[in-house]
Design a protein around this ligand. Sequence first.
Ligand SMILES: Nc1ncnc2c1ncn2[C@@H]1O[C@H](COP(=O)(O)OP(=O)(O)OP(=O)(O)O)[C@@H](O)[C@H]1O
Length: 246
Amino acid sequence: METIIATGEPRPLIRLQGAGVGFGERIALREISLTLRRGERLALVGANGSGKTSLLRLLHGLLPHSGQVERALLQPEGRPPRAAMLFQQPFLLRLSVFRNIWLGLWLRGLPRGERDERCRQALACVGLAGEAQRPARALSGGQQQRLALARAWAMQPDLLLLDEPTASLDPSAKREVETLIEQIAAAGVTVVMSTHNLGQAKRLASRVAYLEGGRLVVERPVDAFFFTDDLPPEAAQFLRGELPWT
Ligand SMILES: Nc1ncnc2c1ncn2[C@@H]1O[C@H](COP(=O)(O)OP(=O)(O)OP(=O)(O)O)[C@@H](O)[C@H]1O
């Protein structure tokens, strides 16, 4: 069931209570309880198949679920948070860089003048203004991920969901994308990202959640997650196994 919650300070954007997701017989998420607040940067870590992508999709509103998912009613518009999601391999249309952003805004019904301006701003923001007329699929992997970020950014989301956004990038492209994520978060957008790179979680996140077998085992502020000796044993073991953090 999806309900709208009243907002107060400090404001939760989304609150999950006992939320579960299944694909047929397979349980992807079990009894997840989590509150996401405005401006937070949450990293989801855990082994392959632990449920990170499913949790991102649940937060995006893309999955049927059990339990409760409550979304705040944002003022003054009185609307639920707007979410945008990015995948490890960006899905880009066979159109120009500019049109890839433009189309999403057109589908959202933005007036023409505003649409063009927002596309230009978003491209300038990610350093792709000079590539606007190139075919999007001719860009390098790092440029494609920057374009995907620009497309998400142009939609002015309240919540940005990133599924291993730098997994297939070389170190310098990874840095560029991380810098953009930092800039977007600094503008007040709540960011939730899955990553297998614990160094990245340390660099970008304000909170870290560890999932195992579809359960949220522990969720803490980043320092209390990485610099502590009282993590649940399975989370501590996971951290040891994932070193070094590059
Ligand atoms: N569309 C689907 N149909 C069936 N099972 C699915 C589907 N999506 C996910 N699952 C299952 O749900 C569980 C959680 O998968 P999920 O992709 O959320 O894990 P993950 O932590 O993101 O993994 P990875 O790190 O490999 O991306 C896995 O057992 C997976 O096989």
